[in-house]
Design a protein around this ligand. Sequence first.
Ligand SMILES: N[C@@H](CCC(=O)N[C@@H](CS)C(=O)NCC(=O)O)C(=O)O
Length: 215
Amino acid sequence: MKFYDSFGMNPRIVRFFLLEKGLELDREEVDLFTMENRREPHLSRNPSGQTPVLELDDGTCLAETGAICEYLEEKRPQPPLIGSTAEERAVTRMWWRRVEINICLPMLYGFYFGEGLEIFRERTHCLPEAAEGMKERGRKGMQWLDPLLEDGKWLAGNRFTVADICLYCYIDALKGIGQPIPAGCSKLDAWFTRVGLRPAAGPSVSQELPIGLTG
Ligand SMILES: N[C@@H](CCC(=O)N[C@@H](CS)C(=O)NCC(=O)O)C(=O)O
């Protein structure tokens, strides 16, 4: 297996996941700055031209962070980061999807269409007029989540899961670029600190980028 890695929150989710699993993979860095990801041979690995990509031993290339994490969980079930039973897996996927749709994606688009516009307008269809609205959606998502979080617990209750990893990596990447955790979200703040204290959190960062993006 080979992991095509780079900076950015999605590759970081996979790195965090691998560290939690105690898995090490062959790794190749793809340079997003020079747009190596938008040329061959990377486009043949992933026609979306993005990272992360996991190349399997039979040559199959898996893109999409969620698909990669699901695959790794099946291959290395312990410690479970999605779940050990159908019920646990369903609850994790429910939270994973909720935070992706309601928080991560709006925040990401807020960044692409706002502070990241000069970098991303060549790579994806940007709607600069939607930047503020997207950020607002992300904020509302965080405000929605805050009272649902229980003290000392994770998104899926007692189990730390990929849903926590995903949300943490997005918030950590974007909180310093105009999208902090909203004032008053003390439970989300405490959850964010708790995730950051996990031994895998620090080493999952690849580098600090000039524009302030952590990934
Ligand atoms: N839906 C994809 C998104 C992947 C993604 O957005 N990758 C970013 C890095 S975090 C990327 O490759 N950006 C560079 C570009 O789009 O040119 C996934 O879940 O893996």
